[in-house]
Design a protein around this ligand. Sequence first.
Ligand SMILES: [Zn+2]
Length: 99
Amino acid sequence: MKTLQCPACGHKVNLKQAGATKKVNGIFMLQCANCQQWSHESRNAAVVKNLGLMLMITGSVMGYFQLGGIITGPLIAVIGGLIAVATLLAVPRVVYTGT
Ligand SMILES: [Zn+2]
């Protein structure tokens, strides 16, 4: 289970232990159990993360059919996965100020 960090108080927000969750305009919101602050994933991070996931899927398919040799597909998949994970870790969550 991945752990997220509350942008307001730095408290680790576990998806299972989160105070509450909700969806606003298709964006997944998490409430911090410590400070009750709502936060969500940065929009830019979501775009880059999806790009990484797409690379990962493309690379997996390429690797499965051995398109471009046995190295290219898995390599693309690994790079895509790294991009997705790095984005999640590097880009801080955004404090949600609406209601
Ligand atoms: Zn918090």
